[in-house]
Design a protein around this ligand. Sequence first.
Ligand SMILES: Cc1ncc(COP(=O)(O)O)c(C=O)c1O
Length: 389
Amino acid sequence: MRKIYLDNNATTPVHAEVLEAMLPYFSEDFGNPSCVHWAGVNVRKAVNKAREQVASLVNCSPSEIVFTSGGSESVNTAIKGIAAARKGGSSHCVTTMVEHPAVFNSCRYLEREGFKTTFLEVDRSGMLDLSELEAALTENTVFASVMYANNETGVIFPVGKIGEIAAEKDVCFICDTVQAIGKVPVNFRELPVDMMTVSGHKLHAPKGIGALIVRSGVRLLPLIHGGPQEKNRRGGTENVPGIIGLGKACELARKDLEERQARIRSLRDALETGLKEKVRNVKVNGHPVQRLPNTLSMSFDGVFSELLLPELNRKGVAVSAGSACSSESREVSRVLSAMGLDSTTARSTIRFSLGSQNSREDIDYVLEILPPLVDRIRSERNAHLRANP
Ligand SMILES: Cc1ncc(COP(=O)(O)O)c(C=O)c1O
């Protein structure tokens, strides 16, 4: 069976060069980087090199990087760490209705701990009203957490402006950059962001490795207490092979970021244009321009994704309904609901997310097999409705 993977916002395959770079750190270079003997010293050097590779991709100082187990841990460390380190009685935070559950549920957790959270609404294109953000920030606000790019729709937020508003009010700005890094240039030095997140498996490194970038001077309590690793910001012996893999993946992502993404964008656009031409009553969700180059969220009127997804899967095409994390639950996507989609339309939505391994042939194949599947599901539905008026 032909296999076409269009779910790169869920995860990406590990790059062959990343795997190759990691392998020695499972066997001959097995040392603990905290040890000062021969077995540890070389590993420490390799970890330092990986730190520099990550720093070069996002333009931060290597000392601003805290390696973690992934995007979720990075977010939890940022949100809970800044909340725990706050001074005085401040206990308010601001986030949006369309954040990844790592952010959304960390804020919900803080609410149970006595925090107040303002969840900002978005408009139909998934965008924030910046005047609402400004109004929400008070002298009691400890942090604002707004994502760089949405995992379901690819909508890109005006992070520069958001950071400026937060800085004017002296509020710490956490930006979940998990979906943006490796897809668009993200420059920590030039952004008014205090902390941002990296997840290895979204950029061809393995699962279970990530990073939190913390601007120097930001006071943060650790989420994981333990040894002095990561300058006391994250206890526990480092995931050395994962760190080496993340470093290599960042080096590769940096190499030809713009050409690679231009190619992915043209494939995504071909998919979008082709589907609009070949399938009646479809709608693209999210901002038409301020969007990741690889992501297409499309609603197919009258075609529930729980029917379309298995049909596509049978033909070898892997896509998601909304986000990967919610694909097992039948709950309607919080993100799409926040954008004003009714529950039927939200349930009829597919997320295509492309990656560097995709080709024009993949897109042509989807454009060939998907329209007849939609037609079939629609006519079966119409027949059912006629039989059961
Ligand atoms: C925007 C965003 N933030 C955070 C995460 C969590 O990352 P991880 O899977 O590495 O825990 C994801 C993963 O889908 C994501 O899309």
